[in-house]
Design a binder for this molecule. Structure first.
Ligand SMILES: [Zn+2]
Ligand SMILES: [Zn+2]
Length: 227
């Protein structure tokens, strides 16, 4: 069994991402290397998918490619995002407890002209150069230990509590305790937003089913008018 080859993965990743960019090349290679290091040759296959956790450290093009190739998803809790602004991702095999952090090097950027000297424009040159560079130039790799909380693992929700201030249900141990009170993060003043006001809007009773009924009714009307 083998991972799909680079060209196939790049093509599919590019389709999913929306455009071909140097980040796709780096991300596909990062994911291929990361999976190989933790011993998963086909990470999207059902038996391997459950063993894998991927932590991406950037919300950039590369992150999309890493998620695509590994099949890691937020909805499956296999994809985690750490907002470090670093072009790196960590690949964890939950079964073997091995983890490797793969970091995209700055040298690779500087060396792009040397690897694709015939291409004058910056991005096409990077794109081609990142295909030609060996992993050793493109990446630095660290073997790391990641202590995963049971609340971060895939599987059913392990804990649900209600905020004592607003009543919101908080899942997976993300609540905050202040002066003995259980609070959601927004109520504990840890929100990314401010000045929240509940609003209403004119068609707030809209449902998709209504839309369907309306078009059926309109169709029936048209038949009545033009039998
Ligand atoms: Zn991109
Ligand atoms: Zn609350």
């Amino acid at each position: 069994m083998h991972m799909q080859n680079f060209d196939t993965l790049l093509k599919k990743s590019t389709e999913a991402h929306g455009h071909l960019c140097p980040g796709q090349v780096v991300g596909v290679r990062m994911a291929m290397l990361g999976c190989r290091l933790i011993g998963l040759d086909e990470p999207t296959r059902i038996d391997q998918i459950k063993k894998l956790i991927v932590i991406v450290e950037m919300d950039r093009c590369t992150g999309d490619a890493v998620a695509f190739v590994t099949g890691a998803k937020l909805g499956r809790r296999s994809l985690k995002f750490k907002d470090y602004g670093i072009m790196a991702a960590t690949f964890i095999n939950l079964e073997t407890q091995t983890a490797f952090r793969v970091i995209s090097t700055e040298e690779a950027r500087d060396l792009a002209p040397a690897y694709a000297p015939e291409i004058p424009e910056k991005y096409p040159r990077q794109l081609e150069a990142y295909k030609r560079m060996p992993d050793s130039v493109l990446f630095r790799v660290q073997k790391v230990r990641v202590d995963m909380s049971e609340y971060d693992l895939p599987g059913p929700t392990r804990k649900k509590v209600s905020c004592s201030q607003c009543g919101q249900v908080v899942r997976d141990n993300r609540e905050v305790v202040q002066n003995g009170c259980i609070l959601c993060k927004p109520c504990a003043q840890e929100a990314y937003f401010s000045e929240a006001k509940e609003i209403t809007w004119p068609d707030m009773n809209w449902t998709p089913a209504q839309e369907e009924q309306k078009s059926v009714a309109a169709e029936a009307l048209r038949h009545e008018e033009n039998p």
